[in-house]
Design a protein around this ligand. Structure first.
Ligand code: PAF
Length: 278
């Protein structure tokens, strides 16, 4: 496995790589969710590249950039054990050199849900993903369904900017009690970790009602909220959404594929999760 910090060297190695070339972009602090992306990408490509870059541009001024969990040696050992060929670990100045002044803004999709809760977040994500795709030029790029809105934002920018890459979305990996794996779960205390599966249980409540024939968006949102409010450690419900799975517009009636998603503050982290109906 080659570990590369220089963008020209990374570009050269990718140009010379056997095709198809797969890319798994990450911010490190790898867990089973990342490893599912890597495993699928390994099966589907002749060469597999990953990136580890905690992207400052996608953190708001009051977010946990400095405290974001980092363990490069452990991450590299995991990627090596999964058969990754190339890992790009750029310093911040490689990605945002002095004078950097071009940003990728996705419109309506990026303004909703996480975009409303974290202004500027998707501008940072879209910019860094565009830069990584331009550098690596992979045939396929892999993202987790856990960040459902991010996958839609990436698909939109790939379509709009004519980037020739297939975006592959890999299902969410959950602990046995339902909690979706996330680097931010590391911030939970033992008591909060015990309470956290309420997030998935609340989503499952919507699915249960939908299976019984409930199609009113507001009723489904209300039931998810009620389930969350039943857990005293949920300090804040940022949003509960039942939206069109492609546009993320809130639905009055669920008639086609819908994304049920939510964000809550539980202790230090905000936890996000989602399921798809239909
Ligand atoms: O999902 C993530 O880890 C990040 O948002 C990504 C896609 C690596 C961009 O920094």
């Amino acid at each position: 496995m080659r570990v590369v910090t220089d963008r020209n060297e990374m570009a050269r190695l990718c140009r010379e790589a056997l095709r198809p070339l797969g890319l798994v972009p990450t911010m490190g602090a790898l867990h089973g969710g990342h490893l599912a992306l890597v495993a699928q990408a390994r099966r589907e490509n002749a060469t597999l590249a990953a990136t580890i870059f905690v992207n400052p541009a996608q953190f708001g001024p009051h977010e946990d950039l400095a405290g974001y969990p980092r363990d490069l040696e452990r991450d590299l050992a995991l990627l090596r054990s999964q058969g990754v060929d190339l890992v790009y670990v750029p310093p911040v100045e490689e990605v945002y050199p002095p004078g950097f002044d071009t940003w990728v803004e996705v419109g309506r999709l990026a303004a909703r849900l996480e975009g409303a809760r974290r202004p500027g977040h998707f501008r940072g994500v879209a910019t860094v993903v565009t830069k990584l795709l331009a550098l690596v030029r992979p045939d396929r790029a892999y993202f987790g369904q856990k960040d459902a809105q991010q996958t839609l934002v990436v698909r939109q920018l790939v379509r709009d900017l004519d980037i020739g890459v297939v975006v592959v979305v890999v299902p969410t990996v959950r602990d046995p009690d339902g909690l979706a794996l996330s680097s931010r779960n590391a911030y939970l205390t033992t008591e909060q970790r015990r309470a956290a599966p309420v997030v998935y249980r609340a989503l499952c409540r919507a699915e249960q009602l939908w299976r019984r024939g409930e199609r009113e968006g507001e009723r489904l949102r209300r039931e998810v909220r009620l389930a969350l409010q039943g857990e005293r450690l949920v300090e804040e419900i940022d949003y509960v959404s039942v939206a069109d799975a492609a546009t993320l517009e809130e639905l009055d009636r669920v008639a086609g594929p819908a994304l049920v998603s939510l964000a809550v503050k539980l202790g230090r982290p905000h936890l996000i999760d989602n399921i798809t109906l239909g």
